[in-house]
Design a protein around this ligand. Structure first.
Ligand SMILES: Nc1ccn([C@@H]2O[C@H](COP(=O)(O)OP(=O)(O)OP(=O)(O)O)[C@@H](O)[C@H]2O)c(=O)n1
Ligand SMILES: C[C@](O)(CO)[C@H](O)COP(=O)(O)O
Length: 233
């Protein structure tokens, strides 16, 4: 057993996909015979040790209820907010039975290619860590910082740089309080780890597959199709 505490999950799915474009939000686009979000949710549902999954939906969402996973007794719905962090905070509130010491995995609806292997690694290492952990991918390119004109200001040491992925794993109460702390101070929080970091804590980086892409632009969908095609995950 990974932990004596329960494990819950949150799927922020209230975004409008402004960078992707199109009429239908990217989480509902078809991908390998399902929608993008169904891959993300089904991969978590396939684990028997997740007590429930709270999905944060856009206030005008009319699609989610038509998906098969919407009828799963472990899938709860709530309305998200204008920023991703607000959507996550709302979803935590929806998990009414969670205790502060329980663990919660937060995973973007828009990351349909996450593997069971990477989730298992995250849980094994994260539940053994004092703060929690996130999946992340080491930087493979040479990285530049630009100045205001767009000229190169410096070349960064990529050996210290990682791209933050999801899922991200934290104690339920600590994450709720960290998000609230940052919201009150209007700190920019683009992932759960940054909220925890603002509170002076240092989560663990767990190396995950670079196939765990976020569908952000249209080309990403074609890449995800290739990653998911006929593959044992
Ligand atoms: N207010 C928001 C914004 C984003 N998300 C979710 O957070 C994940 C990652 O966000 P991103 O890829 O930025 O999605 P969008 O906000 O939809 O895209 P964009 O920034 O291009 O508008 C997605 O699953 C998205 O649905 C959310 O729940 N609530
Ligand atoms: C949480 C996240 O997926 C980590 O990379 C990301 O920060 C969310 O997406 P956004 O593009 O920053 O909204």
């Amino acid at each position: 057993m990974l932990t004596n505490s329960r494990i819950w999950a949150v799927i922020p799915a209230a975004g409008t996909g402004s960078r992707f474009g199109g009429k239908l939000a990217k989480q509902y686009l078809p991908l390998g015979g399902k929608t993008v979000i169904e891959h993300s949710i089904n991969t978590l549902l396939a684990r028997g040790d997740i007590s429930a999954i709270a999905v944060a939906l856009h206030k005008d969402d009319e699609v989610f209820s038509s998906l098969a996973c919407a009828n799963d007794p472990r899938v709860l719905r709530t309305t998200g907010g204008s920023e991703r962090a607000n959507s996550v905070a709302q979803a935590l509130i929806a998990l009414e039975e969670a205790d502060d010491a329980d663990w919660v995995l937060v995973h973007d609806a828009a990351r349909p290619c996450v593997s069971q292997h990477d989730i298992q690694q995250l849980l094994e290492l994260g539940c053994a860590h004092a703060v929690g952990a996130i999946l992340a991918a080491p930087m493979v390119d040479t990285v530049k910082r630009s100045d205001k004109r767009g000229d190169i200001a410096e070349t960064l040491d990529r050996n210290e740089l990682w791209r933050a992925l999801t899922p991200q794993l934290f104690r339920f109460g600590e994450l709720r309080d960290a998000l609230s702390y940052c919201r009150e101070r209007q700190f920019a929080v683009t992932d759960e780890a940054s909220a925890i970091e603002y509170c002076g804590r240092r989560p663990l980086l767990v190396e995950g597959s670079c196939r765990n892409i976020k569908i952000t632009y249209p080309d990403d969908l074609a890449i995800a199709e290739v990653f998911l095609s006929g593959e044992e995950r």
